[in-house]
Design a protein around this ligand. Structure first.
Ligand SMILES: Cc1cc2nc3c(=O)[nH]c(=O)nc-3n(C[C@H](O)[C@H](O)[C@H](O)COP(=O)(O)O)c2cc1C
Length: 325
């Protein structure tokens, strides 16, 4: 499978829907940007939980809700409510590198504390209605912290372990540590999903060749740098995806010509403009996407500079139209 990575503020419902419409069959699955466990009560959780409400997700690629935090009651409560909504898997975020999150032993900040991981899994797993999967980094401060986490993960019936082989302190700098990944891969008894810097068909093939036991590959920023990427990967490596339901759902997948990035940018911009949010929020959102999506356009630097300085929605739309025509 090709899985769309969770990216807070980017791979939310609007993006997943637009992407699914523009690139049918490209992704098989997505993990939602994290829902904080302080959103334990679905009714009061407001906007963020809307992201995974099944009726709003119709027409979009399948999604697994992701939870961030270590509050045991909230973990069980939110997971079981999500199960009642129809989700048979939730994902636990053990990878978020942001200091204000990690500082509270959340996200990758829990990786230096294996006893806490065990305590949480011990308390949570027996009471969960959905299956649990996790997304981890190699550690928070050092890349050997994972060595003490894996035996704990192996003790629980997890659906999968997604590994992004960086440490939390790195944020997104440097390159994924494939040497460490190769060392830990055989230690994990659950299906492993690889994630990190798959930005081309070549990167995908490299991961598949180096690590044939990896079950699935997850792509985040690569799908924004080049939205055609997941379709191209599937077309170049169709053998890997011959059982993929999403490929089967598209007639003659191999001969589909993926939508040009320019057109996708326009579709996404139009969908953002239709959102029922204040104008300033729309401007912010378009700029966030633009920083990544503009990488797929040649000669876009000057336009990008103008767009990032633009504070008027109308002018912004015109600029994007010009840039992508
Ligand atoms: C802006 C941004 C937001 C992110 N939000 C989340 C998140 O909510 N949950 C999570 O597990 N990872 C999050 N990540 C990490 C990505 O899921 C992924 O692990 C990372 O980008 C590396 O994969 P890539 O090189 O394919 O992008 C985020 C990354 C970025 C850049």
């Amino acid at each position: 499978m090709l899985i769309l990575a969770p990216m807070q503020g980017l791979t939310e419902l609007l993006f997943r829907k637009t992407f699914s419409r523009c690139y049918p069959g490209a992704f098989d699955l997505s993990i939602s940007p994290f829902l904080s466990l302080t959103h334990g009560n679905l009714k009061d959780a407001g906007k963020k939980v809307e992201d995974v409400m099944p009726e709003l997700n119709k027409g979009s690629m399948p999604v697994i809700p992701q939870l961030l935090g270590h509050e045991i009651d909230g973990f069980i409560d939110l997971s079981n409510r999500l199960f009642d909504l129809g989700y048979n898997e939730v994902n636990w975020n053990m990878g978020c590198p942001m200091r204000r999150v990690a500082g509270k032993h959340r996200g990758s900040g829990i990786l230096p504390y294996p006893d806490e991981v065990r305590e949480i899994l011990d308390a949570v797993v027996p009471s969960l209605k959905p299956q649990l999967s996790v997304k981890v980094r190699l550690g928070y401060r050092t890349s050997d912290e994972i060595d003490r986490i894996i035996p704990i993960l192996n003790d629980y019936p997890l659906a999968s372990v997604t590994v992004h082989p960086r440490i939390g302190k790195q944020m997104y700098s440097g390159t994924p540590d494939l040497k460490r990944f190769a060392e830990i891969l055989p230690m994990i008894k659950h299906p492993v999903i690889y994630n990190g810097d798959v930005n081309s068909v070549y990167d995908y093939k490299k991961i598949r060749t180096l690590f044939p036991t990896v079950k699935d590959v997850m792509i985040g920023r690569g799908a924004l740098y080049n939205p055609q990427l997941p379709t191209l990967i599937k077309q170049h490596c169709i053998e890997d995806f011959k059982d993929s339901e999403s490929v089967k759902s598209v007639e003659d997948f191999n001969n589909v010509k993926p939508m040009p990035a320019e057109q996708f940018i326009n579709e996404l911009t139009d969908d953002i403009l239709k959102l029922n949010i204040p104008e300033q929020a729309k401007i912010r959102k378009i700029k966030e996407y633009w920083c990544l999506l503009s990488k797929s356009l040649h000669g876009s630097e000057e336009y990008k500079r103008r767009l990032l300085h633009c504070e008027d929605l109308e002018a912004m739309r015109t600029l994007i139209f010009e840039m992508t025509k």
